[in-house]
Design a protein around this ligand. Structure first.
Ligand code: FES
Length: 154
């Protein structure tokens, strides 16, 4: 499942780290950038490359909310559910997004355009409520603003 050039990139990364565990997260990011998510088969292949067990790779992958272990849509919305966002309107934004997209947390829209996920604090508490769409951080959300933002993502 991992193309040869991806394996080579990962092996180069591995060669730059004395402790191979330190290179695992970078490798997971490389796989995700190239394949959109990290499948079970990719975990097995990474384990073979690193000389670790698949469960060791998986435990690192699942410790990070931005590493996706299930197939996701073309764009991933991470809606912050931590305290500052919670007290500044998170619930209303969540309800709005779920209605707009027709999916709950963990769901992907039927057209494959968006996956909606919760995330812990995005570090934008002074602009809560906040969400990330792919790599873009959006704060001071209102329902209207969230709709306008999503319209920019095909
Ligand atoms: S609590 Fe939501 S960005 Fe910090």
């Amino acid at each position: 499942v991992l193309p040869e050039d991806t394996k080579q990139t990962i092996l180069q990364l591995l060669s730059r780290h004395e402790r191979k565990h330190a290179a695992v997260l970078g490798s997971l990011r490389i796989v995700q950038q190239r394949q959109g998510w990290v499948s079970d088969q990719a975990v097995i292949e990474l384990a073979n490359l690193f000389g670790l067990t698949p469960s060791e790779i998986d435990s690192i992958a699942t410790a990070y909310s931005k590493i996706f272990r299930r197939s996701v849509g073309r764009h991933v919305i991470l809606l912050c559910d931590s305290v500052s966002c919670f007290v500044t309107g998170y619930a209303g934004i969540r309800e709005h997004l779920e209605q707009l997209l027709g999916v709950g947390f963990g769901g992907t829209t039927s057209d494959g355009r968006f996956t909606l996920l919760p995330v812990a604090c995005l570090g934008a508490c002074d602009h809560a409520p906040a969400m990330m769409v792919d790599q873009d951080l959006h704060g001071d959300l209102t329902c209207q603003k969230a709709t306008a933002i999503l319209n920019n993502y095909e």
